[in-house]
Design a protein around this ligand. Structure first.
Ligand SMILES: Nc1ncnc2c1ncn2[C@@H]1O[C@H](COP(=O)(O)OP(=O)(O)OP(=O)(O)O)[C@@H](O)[C@H]1O
Ligand SMILES: [Mg+2]
Length: 403
């Protein structure tokens, strides 16, 4: 009996965009952040619709589930539901009124994921640049949260989003413009890239990850796209249409390792850099690093976590000093990985051996970068893992001090 079937108040189709699975309601509202990634992925792979069902125990909460044939046919016969879907705002949520924009920016800190460590000012600046349709470039050393922050702001803006990893693509023209194909039936034809679709989507937020590692061809293609005065993409391979205009409200967010030690990061063209508003990701302070690790791994001993933060901070300040004996500090990505090992029962010494040391050059023996970092870690292994035990040297020193 159709009457007894519980109906969803929203129905979504899942689309794949880059490596993300986005859920769109029938009238174009994005519900991605409400639905677990597993549920979205299954719906996409299984090619079925999902619906938001009220939870069975009262009016609080809801659950996203597959739309079964039974529910689908009940929906078709239920005009009230169709009306309620139609009533959902058809456009994406971008504040237009100045007061509304102001309010959105200044209350946006609550949208920042708890697990992302970023100052309130930087976060608001990032959100503001996004709302104002600026081209944003997140810069900073490896593993400091650039991609994480860029993805978080994309989620908070709740606008159609597209993800392109330009560092991973070997074929910039194919990725950004499209490919020319040939088949015996149609002859030569041109198929547009997802990027072409992305820039034509009003209010889209387009993530250009690892732009600094991209092929120079990608930078050249992007020059006109990112120029506020031009905003078009040249499709020189398409026969019928030579340029595509960037739609209104499209925001680009790029990430780059600028000025760091990585050789694969090509020096980016000054003219390209000029097209961006730079948001520099800060490397975390010792306190922030400790807070993050304690928040992420509450069951790991706080002293050990704090020691990890200390080790990382020491290596960072050493790498920035004039007489630096190491070229780079330990990144937050590495401290998070290391603490994951601690959580799984490895000792600090073991975790450092597999996650930190391989990042440092061992040539030069006792003068090598690796030896230097090992000495720092070692100091905390003795302090942290055996607080109340003295080793023989310390006993001897303690004895000497007593007399
Ligand atoms: N500021 C931060 N707050 C919270 N977690 C962080 C932060 N920085 C790094 N991390 C941790 O490190 C991981 C890697 O971060 P992310 O991929 O954003 O770095 P990135 O700056 O984009 O690095 P790369 O330059 O290598 O692309 C994250 O998944 C997260 O666990
Ligand atoms: Mg990144």
């Amino acid at each position: 009996m159709a009457k007894n079937i519980i109906l969803p108040d929203v129905v979504c189709k899942v689309e794949k965009s880059g490596n993300r699975y986005n859920a769109w309601s029938t009238d174009g509202v994005k519900y991605t952040s409400e639905i677990t990634s597993g549920c979205r992925k299954n719906a996409f792979n299984g090619n079925y619709l999902i619906g938001r069902f009220p939870s069975s125990n009262g009016n609080k909460g809801f659950a996203w589930r597959k739309i079964t044939d039974k529910v689908a046919s009940a929906l078709e016969n239920n005009p009230s539901l169709n009306t309620s879907i139609d009533e959902v705002s058809p456009s994406v949520e971008v504040p237009t009124d100045h007061a509304e924009v102001l309010n959105f920016i200044h209350s946006s800190y609550s949208l920042k994921p708890k697990m992302l460590m970023m100052s309130e000012l930087k976060w608001k600046y990032l959100v503001r640049s996004g709302v104002r349709g600026k081209n944003i470039m997140m810069t900073g050393p490896a593993g400091c949260g650039k991609t994480m922050a860029a993805k978080s702001v994309v989620n908070s803006l709740d606008r159609p989003d597209y993800y392109f990893n330009l560092g991973a693509t070997q074929d910039p023209r194919g990725t950004l413009i499209g490919n020319t194909h040939f088949d015996t039936k149609n002859g030569t034809y041109f198929s547009e890239s997802l990027f072409v679709k992305a820039i034509q989507t009003p209010n889209a937020v387009i993530l250009l990850d690892e732009l600094s590692r991209a092929h120079p061809d990608a930078w050249n293609i992007l020059m006109t796209v990112l120029d506020y005065g031009q905003r078009y993409l040249r499709l020189d391979e398409a026969a019928d249409q030579s340029t595509v205009k960037v739609a209104d409200g499209v925001t680009f967010i790029a990430t780059a390792n600028i000025g760091n030690e990585y050789t694969s990061t090509r020096v980016m063209d000054k003219a390209l850099m000029d097209r961006f508003t730079i948001v520099e990701m800060d490397v975390l302070s010792e306190d922030d690093e400790s807070s993050l690790l304690n928040m992420m791994f509450p069951s790991v001993d706080t002293t050990v976590l704090n020691n990890v933060a200390k080790i990382a901070t020491l290596t960072r300040s050493e790498s920035n000093s004039d007489s630096a004996r190491i070229t780079s500090g330990i990144s937050t990505r590495t401290t998070v990985e290391l603490c994951g090992l601690l959580y799984d029962g490895f000792t600090l010494e073991e975790a450092a051996e597999v996650s930190i040391y391989p990042q440092y050059d061992s040539t030069g023996g006792v003068d090598s970068e690796r030896t230097f970092v090992k000495q720092i870690v070692q100091k905390f292994c003795d302090d942290g893992s055996s607080d109340d035990l003295f080793n023989e040297d310390e006993m001897a020193t303690a004895d000497e001090d007593t007399y």
